[in-house]
Design a protein around this ligand. Structure first.
Ligand SMILES: [Zn+2]
Length: 541
C-alpha cells in the first residue's frame, strides 16, 4: 500500500458534526484515516507519512454534480460554440468552422438561445449564408430545440413538413415549408441522419473532458446521458483512465430491458454506479414546452406540453419502483411537477417495492413548483435535483413566461425549509459545469455581472454558503445512496476533496465564482493540480 498522506496547515470543512472544521487530515489509501490538528493526525498516521503543507488554503469535500450530460458536454466542447451574443457572431463561428471542414461533412454546435437575439426563432437561411456547402445542425442551449440549414434539411428529407410529429413540432413558414427549427421530438428528424459517433469517439472525448471537470472542482458526476456513455465510462475504468466518479442514469426507453436484466439502482461501486431511470415529464422553459398548471403569460389556453401521458408515466414509474429502480423525472413546469409527485406518491402508497427498500426517487429541475407541491417532497422522500445556475440564467425569461409565478420558481430556500434534500447540478452542457458558478448563483441569486441588483432575483430564495455547499456534496451523495462514503471528510470516508485558494469562511458571497481550484483529489490521489504544494517527508519537517 502507498504511504499515508497528511494534508496540514489548511482550513478543512469536513461536514463531520463533531469536528466541522479542522486544520489537518490524514489519508490512507483511498480513504480518510484521521482528522484534527496536525499533531493528532500525525499520531494516527504511519511514521513515514508524506506531509503536504496547504499554506493556509481552504479544503472542501469533493463537489459532485448531480445532473449533467457528460458525453454531450464532452462532444459540445469539440463542436461549434453556438452560445453567441449575436446572430452575426454565431454566423461567423459557423463560417470559420466550415472553412476548416471538408464539404458535405456535418457541422454540429451547441448553445444558441434566440431569446438573446430578440426572441424571434431563427431559420435555415442564416445558417445557409454561413455554410452553404455543409449540413449544419445546432442544438439550442435548452437542449429542447434544434436548428438545421438547407443541406441538413435536405439530408433529412425535410423539404416539406411531415403531417404531425408526436411530442414535437416542426416550425414552418406561413407557406407551410419548414424553417429549419425543430422542437422536442421533431429534432429526431434531423439527428437520426447525422453520423453517430463511435464508442471510441465517446471515450476519447470523455477522457479529455474529465480534466476540465476535475479542474472545476468536481470529483463526481451523475451522468444523465445514454447507454453509449455508460459503455464509455466502463472502457475508461478498464483502461485505468477514469479519474472522475460517476453515477449513471438509464434512459426510460430502456426500462424494460433494465428490468428484464434484473438491474437495480445501486449496482456498482464508488467509481461507477447505476442510478435511476431518467424520464421526461415535460419540455423546457425557453421553448415554452414546460407543462404548466395555468397558461403561459399572455396566453389564454397554452399550457406547454407533457412528454408522457400522466397515466403512462405513473405506470412506468410504478414498474421501475417495483423492480428496484429509482426514477429521476425531468419536470420543469408546475403541472409536470404535480403529475410526477402524484405518480411517486402512488408508489409509496403501494407499500414495499420489489427491492424491499424505499428508493430515493428524484425530481429533476423542479424549476416551477406550486407551494403545495414544494411541501410534498420531504414526506415522500423525493430528492430535489436542481441547478442553481438555471435560476440566474433563466430569470428574465422566467419573469416573461411565468410572471408572478416566478416567485415560486427555483425556490431552493423554500424547498429546504420544507425539509427536501437538495442535490445541486449544472445540467451541462446547458450551463457551465463549474460548481463554483453554481454556488455563487445559489447564494447570491445574481449573475457574475451583478445583475439583477444587490439583493438578487427573489432574494428570499438565497441560500447560505453552508447550505449551498451541502447541496453540492452531501445532497448528491444522499441522492445516490452514498452518503456513508462521499460528501464528508471524516475517518472512513473516501478521500475526495478540493483545495481552494482561500478558506470558504474568508469569502464574500460575490467572490464565490472567483475562487480558484488549486487541486482536486479523488480516492486519495491528486487527479488535477494547478499548484505544487510544499511536500515534506515524515515527521522530520
Ligand atoms: Zn439535463
Amino acid at each position: 500500500m502507498s504511504r499515508d498522506l497528511i494534508l496540514h496547515h489548511g482550513t478543512v470543512l469536513t461536514h463531520d458534526p463533531v469536528q466541522p472544521v479542522v486544520d489537518a487530515l490524514a489519508i490512507r489509501g483511498a480513504r480518510v484515516w484521521a482528522i484534527g490538528t496536525r499533531a493528532q493526525v500525525r499520531a494516527a498516521a504511519a511514521s513515514d507519512a508524506l506531509e503536504v503543507d496547504l499554506g493556509g488554503r481552504g479544503v472542501v469535500p469533493g463537489l459532485i454534480d448531480a445532473h449533467l450530460h457528460f458525453e454531450l458536454t464532452a462532444f459540445a466542447w469539440q463542436q461549434v460554440d453556438a452560445e453567441a451574443p449575436t446572430l452575426a457572431a454565431l454566423q461567423a463561428r459557423v463560417a470559420a468552422r466550415a472553412a476548416a471542414t471538408p464539404p458535405e461533412q456535418w457541422i454540429l454546435g451547441w448553445g444558441w438561445d434566440h431569446n438573446r437575439w430578440g426572441g424571434v426563432l431563427p431559420d435555415h437561411r442564416a445558417l445557409d449564408a454561413a455554410a452553404p456547402h455543409h449540413p449544419v445542425y445546432l442544438s439550442a442551449k435548452s437542449g429542447h430545440a434544434g436548428w438545421a440549414n438547407s443541406a441538413a434539411m435536405a439530408a433529412a428529407g425535410l423539404q416539406r413538413a411531415p403531417a404531425a410529429v408526436a411530442g414535437g413540432e416542426v416550425c414552418c413558414q406561413p407557406d407551410g415549408r419548414p424553417t429549419g427549427v425543430l422542437l422536442e421530438a421533431a429534432m429526431d428528424l434531423v439527428t437520426r441522419v447525422i453520423p453517430q459517433p463511435s464508442l471510441d469517439d465517446s471515450v476519447q472525448a470523455m477522457d479529455a473532458a474529465q480534466d476540465r471537470a476535475l479542474a472545476a472542482g468536481l470529483t463526481g458526476v451523475h451522468d444523465l446521458d445514454g447507454t453509449r456513455a455508460l459503455a464509455a465510462w466502463q472502457v475508461l475504468r478498464r483502461q485505468g483512465r477514469q479519474r472522475l466518479r460517476v453515477c449513471k442514469s438509464i434512459p426510460s426507453h430502456r426500462l424494460d430491458e433494465a428490468l428484464a436484466l434484473g438491474l437495480r439502482t445501486g449496482l456498482g461501486d464508488e467509481w461507477i454506479r447505476i442510478g435511476g431511470v431518467k424520464f421526461f415529464a415535460d419540455g423546457a422553459l425557453g421553448p415554452r414546452t414546460a407543462w404548466l398548471l395555468n397558461p403561459y403569460e399572455g396566453e389564454s389556453t397554452y399550457h406547454g406540453m407533457p412528454l408522457w401521458e400522466p397515466r403512462e408515466l405513473a405506470a412506468a414509474v410504478a414498474r421501475a419502483d417495483q423492480g428496484g429502480l429509482a426514477v429521476w423525472v425531468h419536470a420543469i413546469g408546475d403541472r409536470a411537477g404535480r403529475e410526477t409527485l402524484d405518480a411517486l406518491a402512488a408508489t409509496r402508497g403501494a407499500g414495499v417495492g420489489g427491492s424491499c427498500r424505499r428508493l430515493r426517487h428524484r425530481l429533476e429541475h423542479a424549476q416551477l413548483l406550486h407551494p403545495d407541491d414544494q411541501a410534498r417532497l420531504a414526506p415522500l422522500g423525493v430528492v430535489a435535483s436542481v441547478q442553481p445556475i438555471h435560476a440566474t440564467s433563466d430569470m428574465h425569461i422566467a419573469d416573461q413566461h411565468w410572471g408572478q409565478r416566478a416567485a415560486d420558481a427555483y425556490a431552493f430556500a423554500a424547498l429546504l425549509a420544507r425539509g427536501a434534500v437538495l442535490a445541486f447540478g449544472s445540467d451541462s452542457p446547458v450551463e457551465t459545469l463549474s460548481p463554483l458558478a453554481g454556488l455563487h448563483a445559489a447564494v447570491t441569486r445574481r449573475r457574475a455581472d451583478g445583475s439583477p441588483g444587490p439583493d438578487g432575483w427573489y432574494p428570499a430564495q438565497r441560500l447560505s454558503i453552508d447550505a449551498a455547499l451541502r447541496a453540492y456534496t452531501i445532497g448528491p451523495a444522499y441522492a445516490a445512496e452514498e452518503e456513508q462514503d462521499k460528501g464528508t471528510l471524516a475517518p472512513g470516508y473516501l478521500a475526495d476533496l478540493v483545495v481552494l485558494d482561500r478558506p470558504l469562511a474568508a469569502v464574500q458571497a460575490m467572490e464565490l465564482a472567483d475562487l480558484q481550484v488549486l487541486g482536486t483529489m479523488v480516492g486519495g490521489a491528486w487527479r488535477w493540480r494547478s499548484h505544487d504544494f510544499q511536500v515534506g517527508d515524515g515527521h522530520a519537517c
